[in-house]
Design a protein around this ligand. Structure first.
Ligand code: ATP
Ligand code: MG
Length: 553
């Protein structure tokens, strides 16, 4: 693996190994199974797995499933599939909920040490008592319960003697700490709900900030990598490790999350796009989810290259989403066949070509990868071209077909437009051309030059195909950030033209394409066969990216 981009976490690890602070590297990717993974999660996955790989370490996949109300096995399965698809194999597969007993015991230890207490304040009261950034908090009247009383109450919380919200367990730290996270944070809450993994065994659940450090320590994680918004929680993370007397001492390190232009990434917003029908499910090809990107035709290689190029820093400004496009083009350029597809067909009759004759033309599958060999393309008297490749009254510098003009048909002959056939309403329905047999591609014809080369598909054998063209789902260049500033709803930024469906034709050698097969369509871009919408009769091609972009790396 190349490392030409900066990664301050790698530097920390190198130092830790050098000084002997650590003798191994164990990381983890800890998703909450409450939704589908998105490209931001891919950054976290790639950072964690790559760092462990580089230092012969291990990476666990751990489901941070401490909230029974939002989590589901459906999400567990999709997350596993997505991590594997990205190209990674986890060492351990764990569920935070498997540690509930251990967490409970550690909480009991805190109570015994006088470091935790059961509080009867309501959630609102706790918030009120917490104070603000400028004012210290107030101590709860229940803060000085005896250890015995706390032990008894906590046990009865577990047994289900109290209703939701009646009591919580809180850490006893410092109500006047400048760090609000240390003002007696809640460690356990009551929730009478069925958990996807533990069923009805528990009715008290640990809070993230208590559970997470314990999970890391149990798994002997050395470097616990998370996003910047957890920076203020680090003192609490360390407090839990210390006071719960965890043997292993993981270190929390925060990095800047990935934000992309023209994209929203919070699960809440993605959920809303699905629920309100703006897209057709979590794996809609316009979604920034891993499953959406996969279905659209993005490759794990491209996503990994993109994330590696970003490096790892504390910055979290929005990255131009076209940068990801750049990497998928780079990945596919030499890998996929080139072919011709006509998205908006216009019939052309070549009047001097013998009726009933079909000849086979040979063309390279990918001129940049000659080892891919050649393909045969039929040519005959009737072909389809792109509607936009003909204009009856062209502007200057239009070098494609217009009455009297000659163009090159890719891999075939020069044709010249002789006649335009219209329907009663004046719409062009057919073009009549002549061809020059001398100009056959590959024969070295140099007699004269033409300025335009257009693509085509032979009409009698053309295979009908559906093409789905995409534009960014969110119009706003700054994505989520802008929205928060002017407090507009992000739905105001949804692009009404994000999907365009066209029906055209592809070359006959593409009759038997399979889901996820990818092609570069001459002059159009990279496309991938949709796994859900394609049928035996008709393949659906998703536009992955257009051929060119103004974006420069
Ligand atoms: P969301 O805010 O979208 O709901 P989350 O952070 O709640 O995401 P988790 O399942 O808790 O989702 O995330 C698992 C891991 O992925 C965490 O370590 C989290 O920090 C990381 N992660 C989430 N979003 C991003 C992002 N945009 N860039 C980098 N890492 C991310
Ligand atoms: Mg989260």
């Amino acid at each position: 693996m190349e490392h030409n981009t900066s990664n301050f976490i790698r530097d920390i690890i190198i130092e830790d190994l050098k000084t002997g602070k650590r003798d191994k590297v164990i990381t983890r990717f800890p998703p909450e199974p409450n939704g589908y993974l998105h490209i931001g999660h891919a950054k976290s996955i790639i950072i964690n797995f790559d760092l462990a790989d580089e230092f012969n370490g291990k990476t666990n996949l751990r489901f941070d499933d401490t909230n029974p109300l939002k989590e589901d096995t459906e999400f567990v399965e999709s997350i596993k599939e997505d991590v594997k698809w990205l190209g990674y194999e986890w060492d351990g597969l764990f569920f935070a909920s498997d540690y509930f007993e251990e967490m409970y015991n550690r909480a009991v230890l805190l109570i015994k040490k006088g470091k935790a207490y059961v509080d009867d304040l309501t959630a609102d009261e706790i918030r009120e008592y917490r104070g603000t950034l400028t004012e210290p908090g107030k101590e709860s009247p229940y803060r000085n319960r005896s250890v015995e009383e706390n032990l008894d109450l906590f046990e009865r919380m577990r047994k289900g003697e109290f209703g939701n919200g009646e009591k919580v367990l809180r850490a006893k730290i410092d109500m006047s700490s400048p760090n609000i996270n240390l003002r007696d944070p809640v460690l356990y809450r009551i929730s009478h709900a069925t958990h996807h993994n533990t069923g009805d065994k528990w009715c008290i659940y640990p809070m993230y900030s208590f559970a997470h450090p314990i999970e890391d320590a149990i798994e002997d994680v050395t470097h616990s990598i998370c996003t910047l918004e957890f920076e203020d929680q680090r003192p609490l993370y360390n407090w839990v490790i210390e006071e719960c007397e965890m043997e292993s001492k993981p270190q929390q390190i925060e990095f800047g999350r990935l934000n992309l232009t023209n994209t929203v990434m919070s699960k809440r917003k993605l959920k809303q796009l699905v629920a309100e029908g703006y897209v057709d499910g979590w794996d809609d090809p316009r979604m920034p989810t891993i499953s959406g990107l996969r279905r659209r035709g993005f490759t794990p290689e491209a996503i990994r290259a993109f994330v590696r190029e970003l490096g790892v820093s504390k910055g979290d400004g929005a990255v131009d989403s076209r940068m990801l496009d750049h990497f998928v083009r780079e990945d596919l350029k030499l890998k996929v066949p080139r072919t011709m597809g006509v998205l908006r067909p216009l019939k052309v009759v070549i009047t001097n070509y013998p009726e009933g004759q079909v000849e086979m033309l040979e063309a390279e599958i990918n001129p940049e990868a000659p080892e891919m060999g050649t393909r045969q393309i039929p040519f005959s008297r009737e072909i389809y071209i792109e509607q936009e490749d003909f204009m009856e009254n062209p502007p200057s510098k239009y070098f494609r077909l217009f009455p009297g003009n000659e163009v090159r048909l890719k891999h075939a002959y020069f044709i010249k437009c002789e006649d335009v056939i219209k329907d009663a309403d004046g719409n062009v329905v057919e073009i009549h051309c002549t061809y020059d047999p001398e100009t056959k591609s590959g024969t070295g014809f140099t007699g004269r030059k033409v300025k335009g080369t257009i693509h085509w598909v032979e009409a009698t054998q053309a295979v009908p195909a559906e093409f789905r063209l995409y534009e960014p789902l969110i119009i706003d260049e700054d994505g989520e950030e802008k929205e928060d500033e002017d407090s507009k709803n992000f739905l105001d930024y949804v692009n009404p033209n994000s999907l365009q469906i066209l029906n055209g034709f592809v070359e006959p050698n593409m009759k038997d394409v399979k889901p996820y097969d990818k092609f570069q369509f001459f002059r159009h871009g990279y496309f991938s066969v949709d796994p859900k919408l394609s049928t035996g009769e008709k393949a659906v091609y998703n536009l992955i990216v257009e051929l060119k972009s103004s974006f420069k790396l």
